[in-house]
Design a binder for this molecule. Structure first.
Ligand code: SAH
Ligand code: SF4
Ligand code: F3S
Length: 458
């Protein structure tokens, strides 16, 4: 049985896409391996959002080229956003590459890779040296309804959490962002299909689903009508809420555009919705938001968070912020620091602005040096950490509801769990009794971003 190794970079959507690809390989008789050394097919699912992400994927793929010296039949594939934006040119950069597949063609990866692998294995029967023959397949075309192809899960895992991709693409034009280029126009899946997927997941023991979209709250706005003043996204939340066995619902990422009262109110009557939103702010300066082409002002962003905290007083909010955007002055940066102080995010992903090809911000004149970006990065991180850790320490002694997700990666004797606010709690206890269950735990300690707890369960 051939083995496939899949390395994934980038966002949760990419993880989900990789899972769909893995599922197709298992259906085709392959084994998914975590060890690149035993792989017959090596795939990298790539991200283009920052230069660093691209360099990592190129570096890893370059390095893995060595496997062909021992196994000339190995098939190499590049998938995802970088494959989409670079296409054919990747064959020049990576001489051993065989397959390049874009973001609307994940469902074709298996067929392309397997065809090449089978023909190489046949040739190898005659002579090992004959196995390798340069085969280049590049498919980065658009595919109508490709959003409906990301729907199956690998059914061998015991993970009680799952991602569900509810839409693809983004119609915004944030001036720094390559995603609209790599993911195409916004398009949603039918509610019934998403509910069916969640029902299947629940029947396999999944307790928590995270609904994924680039601007998840805009789900379905071009395809499906409002009903009783409720957006298609709120209708979807209500429908998923009905699925028996699903105990927790998350979604990521929402955007201030279209974040209306129907969504805020949903948090008052849908108890399965977790008290956490990851709500990217990008900047606290109106001038920079405008230059970023983010169509909201700081005041609006703050107002939505305040309303969310009124709807759910225990609401945790995390965010994304870009530092060192072209033209960002010290005053603009201080506006960001002040908003972070005011809103007290539970966590914040800070990104140094990275110039992306074919984006307007890359052409702006007032680009910052790496030094300035790094300085601001450090100053913001210091503030973010101070706030987040203070909030986490304050939880020591409290009782939180957790979902136990499985053994902890760093110490197999302990178990990982998450609160509704998405905070990690490390527990001790019997995995057979705890994994996959939602229960109360007393928080006994905290080291910055990790909490420690004792299960309160018989
Ligand atoms: N669709 C989401 C964001 C997806 S990209 C939204 O708009 O909310 C994830 C994050 O990467 C963004 O929130 C942004 O903070 C960061 N990002 C995107 N392009 C970037 C760039 N060119 N340089 C640095 N960070 C970037
Ligand atoms: Fe990128 Fe903006 Fe779309 Fe988010 S909303 S994916 S940041 S263009
Ligand atoms: Fe990266 Fe593409 Fe996601 S650029 S962040 S993998 S949509």
């Amino acid at each position: 049985m051939p083995n496939v190794f899949i390395k994934t970079y980038g966002c949760q959507m990419n993880q989900r896409d990789s899972e769909q690809v893995a599922r197709m390989f298992t259906e085709g008789g392959y084994t998914v391996t975590g060890d690149e050394f035993e792989a017959d097919a090596i795939l990298v699912n790539t991200c283009s959002v920052r230069d660093q992400a691209e360099q990592k994927a190129l570096g890893k793929m370059g390095h893995m080229g060595k496997h062909r010296t021992l196994k000339p039949h190995v098939v190499y594939g590049f998938m995802g956003c970088m494959a989409q934006s670079r296409g054919q040119e990747l064959f020049q950069n990576i001489p051993h590459l065989d397959v390049v597949v874009g973001t609307q063609k994940y469902h074709k990866v298996f067929e392309y890779v397997d065809t090449i692998l089978q023909s190489r294995l046949e040739r190898r029967m005659d002579d090992l040296e004959l196995a390798y023959k340069g085969d280049h397949i590049c498919d980065v075309a658009e595919e109508k309804d490709s959003q409906n192809t990301i729907k199956d899960h690998v059914n061998t895992t015991t993970d009680p959490t799952a991602f569900v991709s509810i839409m693809q693409g983004c119609n915004m034009k944030c001036s720094y962002c390559i995603v609209p280029d790599t993911r195409g126009r916004e398009r949603g899946r039918p509610i019934a299909d998403i509910v069916a997927e969640c029902t299947t997941l629940a029947s396999r023991g999944v307790k928590e689903v995270t609904l994924l979209g680039q601007i998840v709250n805009l789900y379905g706005r071009t395809e499906f009508p409002k009903v009783d003043g409720k957006s298609p996204f709120v209708q979807l939340l209500e429908a998923v809420h009905e699925v028996e066995g699903i105990e927790r619902i998350r979604f990521t990422s929402p955007h201030p555009v279209g974040f209306r009262d129907d969504l805020i109110t949903a948090f008052t009557y849908l108890p399965k919705l977790c008290s956490h939103i990851h709500f990217p702010m990008q900047s606290g300066s109106d001038k920079i938001l405008k230059a970023m082409r983010r169509p909201y002002k700081n005041e609006k962003f703050v107002e939505i968070i305040k309303k969310m905290k009124t709807a759910r007083p225990d609401m945790a909010v995390t965010t994304d912020i870009i530092v060192g955007f072209p033209g960002e002055t010290e005053e603009d940066f201080i506006d960001t620091l002040n908003t972070v102080k005011e809103l007290e995010f539970d966590n914040c992903f800070v990104f140094r602005y990275s110039q992306r090809r074919n984006t307007p911000a890359a052409e702006m004149l007032e680009q910052h040096t790496e030094q300035t970006k790094e300085d601001r990065n450090q100053r913001l991180l210091t503030l973010v950490n101070e706030i987040a850790q203070r909030k986490n320490h304050a939880l020591v002694g409290s009782v939180q509801e957790v979902l136990c997700t499985g053994p902890s990666k760093s110490n197999a004797d302990t178990l990982n769990s998450r609160t509704p606010q998405n905070k990690i709690v490390i527990l001790e206890g019997n995995p057979d009794r705890l994994v996959g269950k939602v229960f109360k735990a007393e928080i006994t300690g905290c080291t910055g971003y990790t909490l420690y707890g004792t299960p309160l369960i018989d």
